[in-house]
Each structure stands twice: as C-alpha cells, then as structure tokens.
Design a binder for this molecule. Structure first.
Ligand code: F6P
Length: 527
C-alpha cells in the first residue's frame, strides 16, 4: 500500500529529525557557504532557503522522499494530460493554458493546444476591441467599468493578479463581485452607469449559487434602463457550460470557453483570466502566461535538489510532518501582492486540505497546512508578536521586489530593512543575556523562512511566482498521496443550504433540523 510513512526516506527523515534537535540556525548562519549552498536564482528572482532548519543531508533525504513518492512520475503524467484527478476522472491541464502552440497534449485523443490558442485569440480580439473603444455599450459610449462576477477560483486569481499588476492597468476599471451578501454587488453597482458597464459572468459550472444570483441582479440592474437587446453588449460569460450560458441569455459569440480539465483554483490562465487581459492588455496577459511557462519548464527540467517548487514543497512537508507545525505564512513586503495569501489559501487549502488519500483511506499523517498572511510591515504590528514568541513556530515566505513602482526611495529602504530584520530575528532570536536578563524578551529563534526577492513586479515575474506556488502544492499533494484537484469538502454545506433556504423563504421551521439550527432560524425570523 502506497503511504508516505512506509518509504525508507520517511523513516530516515524521522531519525534525521531527532539528530537535528540541536541544530541552530544562529550557528549555521555564521558559515560563509550557507547562502551559496541553499539559495537559487531563477531568471531574475532569488529564492533563499538558507534560513531553514536544514543541512545538505536534510535536502538529500527530502528529495529522496519526493522521488520515492513518485513526484517525477506524477509530474510527467500531469504534463502529458493523463487523468490524475482520479475521483473526477479528469486531466489536470492548467499548465496547457500557458504552453506554446507547438506543444501537443492529448486528452481523449484530442490535442487540446489548438483549442487553447483559439480561445486566446478570441480573448485578444475582444480585449483589443473593448480597450480601443470599438466595443461600446448600448448607447454607443465606451466601456468605463468592467465587473467580474465569480467566486472562489473564478474570482480570487484574477482579483489577485489585477491588484498586483495595478501599475500595468489602463482603460476601464475592473471590479470584482463574489459574495452572495447583497452588500457586495449593490455597493459595487452604486456608482456605475448601465450604459458603460460590462459584466463578465465567470463560472466554470455556471451553476454556482452566488454567481448566478449576482448575475441575475446585474441583468436586472441593466434592464431597468436598457432594452433587452443590450445584454449582448453588456454581458459576456466565461464557462465550460455552454448550454447554461445560453439559457441565461448570453449569446455563443459572447462566451469564452475553457474545459473541465482546468481546476477552478488553477484557472486564471484560462479564459477565466479575461478580466486580467481587459485590465492590463493582451500583451501583458501573454507575458503573465509566459512567466508561468518558464516556471513550468524549470519544474519539469531541473534536478529535484535544485528545483524551486520541489524545494518549497518538501520543506513544507518537513515542517508539517516532522516538526508538526500547523501553518504556513506568506508575507509580501509589497502592498501590490496584498492578495497573495488569500489566493494561495484557496489554491493550497482546497487542494490539500484532505484526510482521504488517493486509495480512499484515511491518512495517518498531517496534510496541508493553514495558509495565512498579510503584507509587511502592517503584519509586524498585528500577528507578528505571535509569530516571534508563541510556542508554535510557523514557517514563512517573505517576498520583496527590489525595484518599486514609486519614487519614494526612503520608504523602500525602510521596507527592505524590515524585511531583512524580520527573517533575521526569526532565525537567530535573542538570548536571555542579549535581553539583559529580561525573560519576556527571549526569542527562541530557529523559526524558518524563505526569502524571495524579485527584481521587479512584472506580469512575467508574477506568472512565474504563481506557478511556483501551484507546483509546490502539487509536490506536496503527491507526497501526501492526495488528489489535489477535487474539492468534495465544499459540497456538504452547499447541499444543506438548499432546504434551509426553502425553510427561510417559507418562514416555516422544518422538524428534521437539529435543535440549534431550528432555534437560530427562529431567532432570525423573529421581528
Ligand atoms: O469553492 C468551491 C468551488 O467549486 C471552487 O473550486 C471553484 O473555484 C468555485 O467553487 C467556483 O465555481 P464555479 O467557477 O463553477 O462557479
């Protein structure tokens, strides 16, 4: 039976973990070669792993674990279109969305690459026509506002990328509506004009309740002042479900397709990225894809011990399974990357937040960590107290761009100094002696971090960074023997919401509910 705990490398790591009891980062970081030995540069981005609780032996054992769990085999399967999403019998091909025209990836006997490029051409044409003012609203005015209505993977990726690439945005302003909470869409629509607003209804299934409800609200809002025929100019859809799109009233020509083999949380590279292309222009969208492709190639072709996503992945396993650390933090020292933790949280936690392995058995080891984070330096004035001194260490990624998009040099120097100081403090800590005998100011140190320094936040560099995280999650999923590409855990709540909604609408309490739910519903119904 394939279980990670049965691999020789897992057992060797258990022993090695005991041997590492006295490992001191403070001491390791006095060694001249430490940085050279544990840092990697990919194109313009530096990944420094020297502040981790590792020796060369740790890396060797962890890469053995990746090998023994079949990371290379699964990687090959994913890139060649094999159906590695076993519970849904689907290929996993977000990577195909950023592959060149010359690539061949077959799914059920069809090479999917021409389809991907056909959709890219459609995105290019539409993007150019909206951005140049050729595509107008029903009164002939140019589009000034674009509202992407979607949730989860149909929202978080584009929202994160558009925000991160704010300095590349031009033309119409892109807004995002996701929540079924009416506050979200009503506040977004309030300042907008139906004459100049374009809606993108982004939903893989085109059945998601939140998105469908908000799409209905948007249509009503438009039709309050505009004729029925205006829907064609003001609504486009991104989906795999052509029939449902048509039923909603969006014509075929206004639909951008993707296929079931792109998982929602991995879909920003597909037609789901339409809002990104509209915000930053098609050439910049292509650069984003190209950056991701460069990381795909690195992931595919680099030996495991020098492979950035593999190292990110195995280090996470090291801390999760051997140190028992429950979480992982992502701390961008760059406001533009403010949504990285939220996006990665879905991508990582919806992928590997599971307890049933690929063979249908309950695991007896820890799986995906809790992901959280906020931009520095704000985070330093909120939860970093806990990160430095709580008894529960949390590994973290610190991300910085060398070149900011503003001219405030002093601010950037200060930001960089804080970035360096935080990882240094977490690594080396502070002894009782250094704290002048004040025990409340002891910092244990030995708290591991990866420092990622990008030259500049370009679409290309961002694409590459996001792909690194995607592959990290992939590596971990393979080691934990999980299917990282389904999400059965979100289904139950959706199913249970239906009868409860009926109950609330009818204002009649159903007898078969549990006592707490009944009383809560009753309290809600009370005047
Ligand atoms: O949250 C569950 C989920 O299925 C995500 O995986 C997905 O990204 C999201 O809902 C939205 O789904 P859809 O794109 O089909 O509306």
């Amino acid at each position: 039976m394939k279980t990670p705990k049965s691999y020789p490398s897992w057992k060797a790591l258990e022993t090695h973990h005991m041997d590492m009891r006295d490992f001191s980062l403070r001491e390791a970081l006095t060694k001249e070669d430490r940085f050279k030995d544990f840092s990697l540069i990919m194109e313009d981005t530096l990944f420094d792993f020297s502040k981790h609780l590792v020796t060369p032996e740790t890396i060797a054992l962890l890469t053995d674990l990746a090998k023994e769990s079949g990371v290379e085999t699964m990687r090959k399967k994913m890139f060649s279109g094999e159906k590695i999403n076993n519970t849904e019998n689907r290929s996993v091909l977000h990577i195909a969305c950023r592959a060149p025209k010359s690539e061949i990836i077959n799914v059920d006997g069809e090479n999917v690459i021409p389809f991907i490029h056909q959709v890219l051409d459609q995105i290019e044409k539409f993007t150019n026509s909206v951005r140049s003012g050729i595509h107008t609203g029903y009164t002939g005015k140019s589009i000034t506002d674009i509202v992407n209505i979607g949730i989860g993977g149909s929202d978080l990726g584009p929202r994160y990328v558009v925000d991160a690439l704010q300095d590349f945005c031009s033309g119409a302003k892109v807004h995002f509506v996701s929540n079924v909470d009416g506050q979200d869409i009503s506040k977004t629509l309030e300042p907008l004009s139906p004459e100049t607003t374009l809606f993108i209804i982004a939903s893989k299934t085109f059945t998601t309740e939140e998105t469908m409800m908000n799409a209905g609200v948007a249509k009503q809002w438009l039709l309050q002042t505009a004729p029925k025929s205006s829907v064609a100019q003001h609504f486009v859809a991104v989906s795999t479900n052509a029939a449902a799109v048509e039923t909603f009233g969006i014509q075929k020509d206004n639909m951008f397709q993707f296929r079931e083999w792109v998982g929602g949380r991995y879909s920003l590279w597909s037609a789901i990225g339409l809002s990104i292309a509209l915000a930053i222009g098609f050439e910049n969208f292509k650069a984003l894809l190209n950056g991701a492709r460069a990381m795909d190639e690195h992931f595919l072709n680099t030996p495991l011990n020098k492979n950035i996503p593999v190292l990110m992945g195995v280090l996470g396993v090291w801390y999760r399974n051997f140190y028992n650390y429950p979480a992982h933090m992502i701390l961008p020292y760059d406001n533009r990357l403010g949504k990285i933790a939220k996006f990665t949280q879905q991508m990582d936690m919806e992928s590997n937040g599971k307890a049933i392995d690929r063979n249908g058995h309950h695991v007896d080891y820890a799986t995906g960590p809790i992901i959280f984070g906020e931009p520095g330096t704000d985070s330093q004035h909120s939860f970093m107290q806990w990160v430095h001194q709580s008894p529960t260490p949390v590994p973290a990624d610190f991300i910085l761009c060398k070149k900011p998009a503003h001219q405030l040099e002093q601010n950037h120097t200060s930001l960089t100094a804080n970035f360096l100081a935080q990882t240094r403090a977490l690594a080396i800590g502070q002894t009782l002696e250094e704290a002048d005998g004040d025990s409340s100011r002891i910092f244990t140190g030995n708290r591991p971090t990866t420092s990622i320094i990008m030259r500049e936040l370009t679409p290309y560099a961002l694409g590459s960074l996001i792909a690194a995280y995607e592959h990290k999650v992939f590596v971990q999923g393979v080691i934990w023997n999980l299917n990282s590409f389904d999400q059965p855990g979100v289904e139950l709540g959706k199913i249970l919401a239906k009868p409860i909604k009926t109950m609330l609408e009818a204002r009649i309490i159903h007898d078969d509910m549990d006592i707490s739910t009944k009383k809560l519903a009753k309290f809600y119904m009370m005047e």
